[in-house]
Design a protein around this ligand. Structure first.
Ligand SMILES: NC(=O)c1ccc[n+]([C@@H]2O[C@H](COP(=O)([O-])OP(=O)(O)OC[C@H]3O[C@@H](n4cnc5c(N)ncnc54)[C@H](O)[C@@H]3O)[C@@H](O)[C@H]2O)c1
Length: 438
């Protein structure tokens, strides 16, 4: 199959490279000429484990190429995937669909022969039909079908998720389009991946329902963590105790500073907006958004309270800035709420993140950076863990204690063992863990 991928960001680039690995001929398009130039030189514009090798292998095999020319890529394609951004629209919380619609209009004028136009971007219900309308209005004679094929990959594990998905959801309404999509995903039959064929609206809603459910699960355990802190219970044991119930499941029951990232915040907002518009309010999701926003803001207060009510003049070390480990993505990361509030409260903040510092330097003015985790701990009055990068779990507490001015840790991801840290003389606070017995 010949595939054009419009948008070579986190989703487009990973999907394009993985489709090439499936054996298809893929052209990844982006309007960002700098990004395409870097990709052509073999340089990855994002950090995603394993992506550089996957891209290099498939470029070498001549199955994957990069261009800024949408027209060239689309003309020969059997399927065109739209994987452009759908950020929150300023002002009202709805998804900004201007990039999707602009891409659809460009695709329309480049179509030649039967083509399936697939939305891979996360788009509110109704967008697929609108994409079809845009193309038909611009090119009444075009021979095409639209399809909704939402993407469920997680940044940081994106390749594994794409190559071994739990399921693939495909919203199609013609046999021809179904055949093309089945052909594209055929390699996954070998590992018996469930293919969920639906109508277009169902596929669109499925993506939002999935993300909203996961965001709800995180928010639920975060509130249970608050309760645990107040009553001397341990949220990890509670999570294990409920998670072993097969109806609940153990995943997404890790308490923390609130969800962030490029998907959950914007997708919950967009779902709530769409649902209100059609008078089917998603009040649980609305509450999740509210609780999560408040939580992210409250984390700075938690740190300040731990330091005795003021951080003015204190040096605070921060471990981790990205919204989760194994990515350089800073979009809606909890650090974007926490760090400015600490700076505002008069602290000097120095941070280390294995991949996120370049982006963070742009987004967090006033923040200083260290070259290592120990560097971020050196001379500080308190160390705060915001992102649970694997390498932080292996830090030697004794060495941390030696370099820190005061042995105090606020661990917003519960990566350290509270008993061990306290026995080594740290003042330690995690999330949802009981205070030491006095
Ligand atoms: N990032 C994730 O983990 C993830 C997971 C699942 C779904 N999604 C969804 O996938 C979509 C893309 O997300 P992303 O994180 O990859 O975004 P991104 O911002 O990383 O990438 C989007 C890319 O599209 C390009 N672009 C925009 N308009 C274009 C056009 N007309 N022609 C060519 N290129 C164009 C931009 O230059 C950019 O490089 C969003 O709808 C998102 O919600 C993201």
């Amino acid at each position: 199959m010949r595939i054009a991928m419009i948008g070579s960001g986190y989703v487009g680039l990973v999907s394009g490279a993985c489709f090439a690995q499936f054996g298809h001929d893929v052209v990844c398009v982006d309007k960002d000429a700098g990004k395409i130039a870097r990709l052509r030189q073999g340089e990855m514009p994002i950090y995603e484990p394993g992506l550089d090798k996957l891209v290099a292998d498939n470029v070498r095999a001549r199955r994957l190429s990069f261009t800024t020319s949408l027209r060239d890529a689309v003309g020969d394609a059997d399927a065109v995937f739209i994987a452009v951004g759908t950020p929150t629209r300023r002002g009202d919380g709805h998804a900004d669909l201007s990039y999707v619609y602009a891409a659809a209009a460009e695709v329309a004028s480049a179509l030649r022969g039967y083509t399936v136009v697939v939305t891979k971007s996360t788009v509110p219900v109704g967008t697929g039909r609108e994409v079809a309308r845009i193309i038909r209005e611009s090119q009444p004679a075009a021979d095409f079908d639209v399809c909704s094929n939402p993407e469920f990959l997680r940044e940081g594990a994106a390749i594994e998720d794409f190559m071994k998905p739990d399921r693939v959801v495909i919203g199609v309404e013609s046999e021809r389009a179904r055949d093309v999509m089945s052909g594209i995903y055929r390699p996954l039959n070998l590992i018996q991946t469930p293919m969920v064929f639906t109508n277009i609206e169902t596929a669109e809603v499925t993506k939002y329902a999935g993300n909203a459910f996961l965001a709800t699960k995180i928010t639920f355990i975060n509130e249970i963590a608050d309760l645990c802190e107040k009553v001397g219970a341990d949220v990890h044991d509670v999570a294990r105790g409920i998670g072993l119930d097969g109806r609940i499941g153990r995943k997404f029951l890790h308490p923390g500073p609130g969800f962030g990232g490029s998907c959950f915040p914007k997708d919950t907002l967009a779902l709530a907006y769409t649902a209100r518009e059609v008078d089917a309010p998603q009040t649980i999701v609305e509450q999740v958004i509210e609780v999560n926003n408040t939580r992210k803001k409250r984390m700075a207060r938690k740190i300040i309270d731990f330091c005795g009510g003021s951080v003015a003049g204190l040096a605070i070390g921060v471990l981790g800035l990205t919204f989760k480990p194994n990515t350089d993505d800073m979009r809606d990361a909890p650090s974007l709420d926490i760090v400015p509030a600490l700076l505002q409260a008069g602290a000097k903040v120095i941070a280390f993140d294995p991949e996120g510092m370049k982006e963070a330097a742009r987004m967090l003015p006033g923040l200083d950076f260290a070259e290592t985790a120990y560097g971020a701990a050196t001379g500080v009055d308190v160390l705060v863990v915001i992102t649970e990068w694997h390498e932080f779990r292996g830090l030697d507490p004794r060495r941390l204690k030696e370099v820190m001015r005061q042995a105090r840790i606020v661990d917003l991801r519960n990566i350290f063992n509270p008993e061990e840290m306290r026995s080594l003389g740290f003042a330690y606070e995690g999330v949802g863990r009981p205070a030491p017995r006095t």
